[in-house]
Design a protein around this ligand. Structure first.
Ligand SMILES: NC(=O)c1ccc[n+]([C@@H]2O[C@H](COP(=O)([O-])OP(=O)(O)OC[C@H]3O[C@@H](n4cnc5c(N)ncnc54)[C@H](OP(=O)(O)O)[C@@H]3O)[C@@H](O)[C@H]2O)c1
Length: 306
């Protein structure tokens, strides 16, 4: 049995993908109220995949964090700021050899969980799929992306990975997942906060924030280099440009969170970058100003701060 902690967009997307590949899955919901609401719809989920012009309906089993059954495999699909507390709510159920896969965006929550689960194998993932929920029982798989999985301790790929791949799941293994996450962090630190501040789709940044993107790229490249992540400024600039063009009409997750009045994951993007720079006494004024501007924006708009 594979347990999925957090039945939001990503948790449900993974539940659907795994269950359709023939694997047994069970959702772990936050509390009895959420579980009752799930059962009131008989655990039914409507999934739409506009790209494939597919619409399916399936039933997913769910339980509470304090259910008695041991957990052998845990997939954590909460937001970054909720992940550590969520994991702690089920830690007592993890079996001796339990393995854990973390899907959180940004960085910082993964390391915190690894510290809490030092006796278990914990894998990190970088996910670029896009999914959202019009309601608790509806899921839109808006964009098929890439899932890269790795072991931060650089151990070998686990047995389940090849099995899942042979069962039709598109997943990639990378020997240096920390480098993948750092590079994704750099892209997110530049795009997400600027689109939130300027309240614009990603594509507008090339015209509206060209100078700021350039300053941020330089500091982010220095930061990655200081942490031993090889990425030249030219490649970072090119990748940033590519992502902005490929996702030109998208609204970044931070902008979407702000529009919905939800807490953002800024502390696991810019916050993590700034804390990392502080560790090495690295001067990053453009990143610091962006964070300050964003905090002011959140406060003046009455939006949740971290
Ligand atoms: N959605 C995407 O397209 C996408 C793409 C790439 C990466 N990601 C990343 O994936 C992660 C999850 O994002 P998401 O969009 O799936 O967020 P989401 O839709 O907000 O889902 C998060 C879920 O976690 C649940 N949760 C929080 N604390 C919990 C706890 N203690 N116990 C059980 N459940 C708990 C929430 O339940 P409640 O409703 O009870 O709060 C919610 O259902 C984020 O780091 C995000 O950046 C998302």
């Amino acid at each position: 049995m594979l347990h999925i902690l957090g039945a939001g967009s990503m948790g449900l997307l993974w539940a659907v993908r795994l269950q359709r590949a023939g694997l047994p899955v069970r959702l772990i919901l936050r509390n009895a109220e959420r579980l009752a609401a799930w059962h009131s719809q008989a655990g039914q989920l409507e999934v739409t995949d506009p790209g494939q012009q597919q619409h399916i309906s399936l039933t997913l089993n769910a339980e509470l964090p304090d259910s008695p059954e041991p957990i052998n495999f845990l997939l954590v699909a909460t937001k970054a700021y909720a992940a550590e507390a969520a994991v702690l709510s089920v830690r007592h159920r993890l079996s001796e050899g339990a393995q854990v896969l973390l899907l959180q965006n940004g960085m910082g929550s993964q390391q915190a969980i690894s510290r809490q689960l030092s006796r278990h194998r914990v894998f990190y993932a970088s996910v670029t799929d896009g999914a959202w929920r019009p309601s608790a029982h509806q899921l839109i798989w808006a964009g098929h992306g890439q899932t890269i999985i790795g072991d931060p301790r650089q151990g070998p790929a686990p047995d389940w990975l090849a099995r899942w791949q042979s069962q039709g799941l598109t997943l990639e293994w990378h020997a240096d997942i920390m480098a993948i996450l750092w590079r994704k962090l750099a892209i997110n630190c530049a795009i997400n906060p600027l689109t939130a501040l300027l309240d614009c789709p990603n594509g507008d940044l090339l015209e509206r924030a060209h100078g700021r993107l350039e300053e941020l790229s330089q500091e982010l490249q220095q930061l990655l280099s200081a942490f031993g992540i090889p990425l030249s400024l030219d490649i970072l600039r090119t990748q940033l440009d590519q992502v902005i063009r490929q996702t030109a009409t998208n609204s970044s997750s931070m902008r979407q969170d702000m529009h919905a009045g939800r807490r953002t994951e800024i502390d696991f993007m810019l916050g993590f970058a700034l804390r990392s720079a502080d560790q090495l006494n690295l001067s990053v004024p453009a990143l610091r100003k962006l964070n300050a501007d964003l905090q002011t924006y959140l406060a003046t708009h009455g939006l949740p701060l971290n």
